[in-house]
Each structure stands twice: as structure tokens, then as C-alpha cells.
Design a protein around this ligand. Structure first.
Ligand code: PRT
Ligand code: ZN
Length: 213
């Protein structure tokens, strides 16, 4: 049977440009029409599903897609049944706890009993448990950085890259919970022919990464 590899990629966002660039550098061509949610590769047995990043782990776990490119932060938070095949080295960021900049930080135990706003409740809960701190996790889906200034929470846990968003909102980074980057994830039960295709793709990805060094 002539299998094809279904690859889930973020449609538009911080992962997209580097994901598409990597695919192109792997020598895989496809036509990406505006508004299209699926694109067929023209010179490799692959099809791309263009999705919101949050949906990628679930689609891969359910076998709607075979593999996907997503931030490790999203993969861990969604906690679907997928595994990391390879780290891709782009969209690097950290998931960090931040507090108002004029407050003294008394170490991680100082977070005991505080309210922390985040879009990553699962990862944060694990981190706090591992450090034996009990805090009140307040899940919000966006604009996490304004939570302390509007009195919604005393601290936040959110993604940081340059740090300028924290600075603008009068916050300072005090704990790094996770260092994240884009990862290639796979469904656990791939057929033999799809596994062979994945191996071919992986070989090309590694060659591209070596050539970039
Ligand atoms: O629409 P869709 O759901 O697909 O996209 P999205 O809006 O949920 O995600 P998107 O495109 O913003 O981010 C996709 C992935 O990029 C994230 O899951 C991370 O793995 C990675 N990434 C890398 C980042 C950042 N850097 C980043 N800086 N994601 C978000 N940010 C945000 C952060 O949330 C904060 O608001 O940028 C702000 C902080 O940036 P600095 O530079 O001011 O520190
Ligand atoms: Zn998203």
C-alpha cells in the first residue's frame, strides 16, 4: 500500500515560519493556498494538516495526523498520548513564574499560598508539587501578564522569550519552570510503512540541522 505521512503543522503563528522553512529545506514542496487546511506534498508521500497549535497533540494522539510540529510546552500541557521524536531547535522560550518587580522574592517557598495566573495549569501544578509548594492556580487563556496589575493574581506563570512583555507589565522573572522549543512528535502506533517514511524525513531533518551548524 502506498501510505502517506500526515504531518500536523501550525497554520499561522510563532511556529509556522520555521516549520515551513524546515520542510522546504528538507526538499519537500507543497502548495499552500490561502485559507487551505490541507496541503499535499508534490515530491514526497506526505500531506500537511494546518492547525492551531493547541490541537496538534490531540490530532497526533488520535491518529488523525501521524506526526506534528509543536512547542514542547503545548505537548506537555495537553498531555496526550504522543512521544517526542526529535528536538527542532526553533521557537525557543521558557515557561517562567514572574512577580511584580518591586516585590522581594523570597525563593520558591515564598510562593506558598499565593495565587498564580497561567494558561499552563498542568505543568505549573507538577512544578509546584515537585517543590512541595501549595499555591492557588488560576487558569486563564490569554493576557496572563496583566493579571497582577488588575488584582486577579499575585504572580503569573507564562512563556517568556526576550522578557520585554514582563518588563512592560512591571513584572520580573523569578523561576524557570520549563525550557521549551519546537519538537517533532509522533503517534505511538505507526504502521511500518509510515515509520519508514518518518525515518526518511528524520534523516533529512538531521542533515538540514547539520548543514546549518
Ligand atoms: O493560533 P494558535 O493557537 O495556533 O497560536 P498561539 O497564539 O496559541 O501560539 P503562538 O503562535 O503565539 O506560539 C506558538 C508557540 O511558540 C508557543 O507554544 C511556544 O512554544 C513558542 N513561543 C516562543 C512563544 C514565544 N516564544 C513567546 N514569546 N509563544 C508565545 N510567546 C508570547 C508569550 O506568551 C508572551 O505573551 O510572547 C510573549 C512574551 O514574549 P517576550 O519576547 O516579550 O518575552
Ligand atoms: Zn495556541
Amino acid at each position: 500500500m502506498n501510505d502517506i505521512l500526515r504531518i500536523a503543522v501550525q497554520k499561522s503563528g510563532r511556529l509556522s515560519e520555521d516549520s515551513f522553512a524546515l520542510i522546504k529545506e528538507c526538499g519537500i514542496d507543497f502548495q499552500n493556498g490561502i485559507g487551505q487546511l490541507k496541503a499535499q506534498a508534490t515530491n514526497f508521500p506526505a500531506e500537511f494538516l494546518l492547525l492551531r497549535d493547541d490541537d496538534i497533540p490531540g490530532y497526533v494522539a488520535d491518529g488523525v495526523a501521524d506526526i506534528g510540529i509543536v512547542g514542547e510546552n503545548v505537548m506537555l500541557e495537553k498531555s496526550k498520548d504522543t512521544e517526542v521524536v526529535h528536538r527542532l531547535g526553533f521557537s525557543k522560550c521558557r515557561l517562567s513564574i514572574a512577580i511584580p518587580k518591586n516585590e522581594e522574592y523570597k525563593g520558591i517557598k515564598g510562593l506558598e499560598g499565593k495565587s498564580i495566573a497561567t494558561s499552563y495549569p498542568r505543568i505549573l501544578r507538577h512544578f509546584l508539587e515537585a517543590n512541595q509548594v501549595s499555591a492557588d492556580i488560576h487558569e486563564i487563556s490569554g493576557s496572563v501578564e496583566i493579571a497582577p496589575s488588575i488584582g486577579l493574581a499575585e504572580a503569573i506563570c507564562d512563556l517568556v522569550s526576550s522578557g520585554s512583555t514582563l518588563f512592560t507589565n512591571g513584572l520580573k522573572e523569578v523561576e524557570v519552570v520549563l525550557k521549551s522549543e519546537a519538537v517533532l512528535i509522533r503517534q505511538k502506533n505507526l504502521s511500518e510503512s509510515k515509520t519508514n517514511l518518518l525515518d526518511k524525513l528524520l534523516f533529512r531533518i538531521k542533515s538540514v540541522q547539520n548543514a546549518r551548524k
